[in-house]
Write a protein that binds this ligand. Structure first.
Ligand code: CS2
Ligand code: MG
Length: 402
């Protein structure tokens, strides 16, 4: 089974997505997500200018060999652009192999380990009262876990707080919007939100919170200690992740479970975090961390060290990426939870898929492959638009993590 064509499709049904579609000589196709938020065209070029020509004529069954060929064979290893491109090729090849075998991809990964994939939604608000209403809304929709973000009094704009509650999209501007941040105001305020939530909901909902890389380790330790009474499922990305040993300091002070990994692109970003048990959940995404082949490798390492998966599932990961994540989630033994941020109806139209939400879980259909495709005619109606994520500064103007 030879690859006859590798097509890169860029579309913007409300936000930009880059998709690789592979075609084979026996009529099968496979799709992979190559979206890198705010840097989309770099991956599109990496694929179009450097990878697609290497794929034509290759045996589509050679998943591992193709992965190694693109990883080791490029000489320049790792990095978000390279690994997103490799991820797209890898995901498309798993899709094709599933179709060739007549099996959903999770069957090729060892079969079902669970019936449904527990997800968490995003509840956020401009005030504690609004946050309580939003959590109640997710509760009514059957969600069993929600991530909670609340506007910080005194700050004009807070990460994770949106005007449209169901469809939050931070890459919303043709040039980067600038936001301002105060760790002091945040640390003083955010525990009061969770205290109010526990008062209103008791222990009924599983609650999560995303710090979005903004604290120092000792500030993160303080935050976690102050959140301990509220029994969070996790605190996510408490600090910048470049220094893996930075997590050790947080660990020394608190029992709050820690999650990280959405900006990682290879196993080398998290070997210390995993093997020293410095985190509890690893949040790598199929589309950013080298595809199903590499993410499975990361989760297998994690399993040896009691670290569970909690894969990234924001709106900038297309339905192709989400479908791929669901197959991995369904198969691995150490699944924790899956993030699920709803895509807009326009995105769902461009990417028809068979996975569906029911009662707090996502479920896969039974069709061969990933169970997702790209409708190229629909995609063509939504041309690329430059869009950046915000850039964040401290109150005094110093650039800080967004
Ligand atoms: C976030 C993301 O989903 C999350 O946990 O951290 O929304 C993140 O900001 C975006 O994916 C960036 O592209
Ligand atoms: Mg996050």
């Amino acid at each position: 089974m030879r690859i006859t064509e590798a097509r890169v499709i860029v579309t913007c049904p409300g936000r930009n997505f880059v998709t690789l579609k592979l075609f084979t000589d026996d009529g099968l196709t496979g799709v992979g997500d190559a979206t890198l938020n705010g840097r989309e065209l770099a991956v599109a070029s990496y694929l179009t200018d450097h990878v697609c020509r290497l794929l034509v004529g290759r045996d589509a069954h050679l998943i591992e060999d193709t992965w190694q060929y693109l990883y080791q064979g490029s000489y320049w290893r790792r990095g978000p652009v390279t690994m997103a491109a490799i991820a797209a090729v890898d995901t498309a090849l798993w899709d094709i192999k599933g179709k060739a075998a007549g099996l959903p991809v999770y069957q090729l990964l060892g079969g079902r380990s669970r019936e449904g994939v527990l997800v968490y939604g995003h509840a956020n608000g401009a005030s504690v009262e609004e946050v309580i209403d939003e959590v109640a809304r997710y509760d009514a929709m059957g969600y069993r876990a929600v991530r909670v973000q609340c506007a910080i009094p005194g700050l004009s704009d807070t990460y994770g707080v949106s005007t449209d509650k169901l469809f939050y999209e931070p890459a919303d501007s043709p040039l980067p919007r600038e936001t301002r941040w105060s760790s002091e105001s945040y640390l003083d305020f955010i525990p009061t939100v969770f205290s109010a939530l526990r008062e209103r909901f008791g222990l009924h909902m599983r609650l999560l919170h995303d710090v979005h890389h903004r604290l120092t380790p000792i500030e993160a330790a303080r935050l976690c200690k102050s959140m301990e009474p509220y029994g969070l499922l996790w605190i996510e990305d408490p600090i910048r992740e470049e220094l893996q040993e930075g997590f050790r300091l947080i660990r020394q002070h608190t029992t709050v479970p820690i999650a990280t990994g959405e900006v990682f692109n290879s196993i080398w970003d998290c070997t210390q975090l995993i093997t020293e048990q410095l985190v509890d959940y690893i949040r790598v995404a199929v589309s950013h961390a080298g595809g199903i082949t590499h993410v499975r490798r990361i989760f297998q390492l994690a399993d040896l060290y009691h670290v569970r998966s909690g894969s990234h599932g924001a709106t900038d990961l297309s339905p192709v990426s989400l479908a791929a994540a669901l197959h991995v989630d369904t198969a691995i033994p150490n699944f924790g939870i899956q993030e699920y941020m709803r895509h807009t109806p326009a995105t769902d139209e461009v990417f028809p898929h068979s996975y569906f939400y029911n009662d707090g879980e996502l479920h896969l259909g039974d069709e061969p492959g990933l169970g997702v495709d790209i409708d190229e005619a629909a995609a063509a109606r939504f041309p690329y638009r430059p869009a950046y994520l915000p850039v964040n500064r401290l109150i005094d103007g110093t650039v800080h993590s967004w």
